[in-house]
Design a protein around this ligand. Structure first.
Ligand code: FES
Ligand code: FES
Length: 177
């Protein structure tokens, strides 16, 4: 005897619950904001679409290019790969938050300018945030280590030589005032 199984009827209550926006408090560049967002909103989309912080770039949206790199509690993170709701109590820093309140650029921002370490600039916010995280980690001492530990940040313009020079200058304590 043949039995026909019908597809399970959709659970309307569950679907509605999944779709409901939730509240998340994000502290970005020292300012705390409350957002109403769907629970699956990436940190990248929360920054760009809900907080108007468009300095952080969306390249691949799949964790492969590093354009979306931000700092979470001082550690570099691909913001396309993490959900905003996971960062309620964290300090997030984006490229917009690296300069001092008086407008003085971060030494890495100065070094990138001094070394002409960009062409189109699309990867640059991610490169700089990644370099800040790299220096916080304290692991990279040589050019080879900088290249290796920043290999997750792709530059389609191929500005790698100047990027590494800029990062090495800051690693070695060169003055960029
Ligand atoms: S946009 Fe996040 S790694 Fe490419
Ligand atoms: S400067 Fe164009 S992608 Fe890096």
């Amino acid at each position: 005897m043949q039995t026909t199984l019908s597809p399970p009827s959709p659970n309307v209550a569950t679907s509605a619950a999944l779709a409901a926006p939730g509240t998340v408090q994000l502290t970005v560049n020292g300012e705390t904001k409350t957002l109403q967002i769907a629970p699956w909103t990436s940190l990248l989309d929360a920054l760009r679409e809900y907080m108007n912080l468009t300095g952080t770039k969306k390249g691949c949206d799949h964790g492969q290019c590093g354009a979306c790199t931000v700092l979470v509690n001082g550690k570099r993170v691909n913001s396309c790969l993490t959900l905003a709701v996971m960062h309620d109590d964290h300090e997030i820093t984006t490229i917009e938050g690296l300069a001092s309140p008086d407008g003085t650029l971060h030494p890495l921002q100065m070094a990138f300018i001094d070394h002409d370490a960009f062409q189109c600039g699309y990867c640059t916010p991610g490169q700089i945030c990644s370099a800040v995280g790299l220096i916080n980690e304290g692991q990279a001492k040589t050019e080879g280590e900088v290249r290796e530990l920043m290999s997750g940040n792709i530059c389609r313009c191929g500005a790698y030589t100047h990027i590494v020079d800029a990062v090495m200058d800051v690693v070695s304590g060169a003055d960029h005032k």
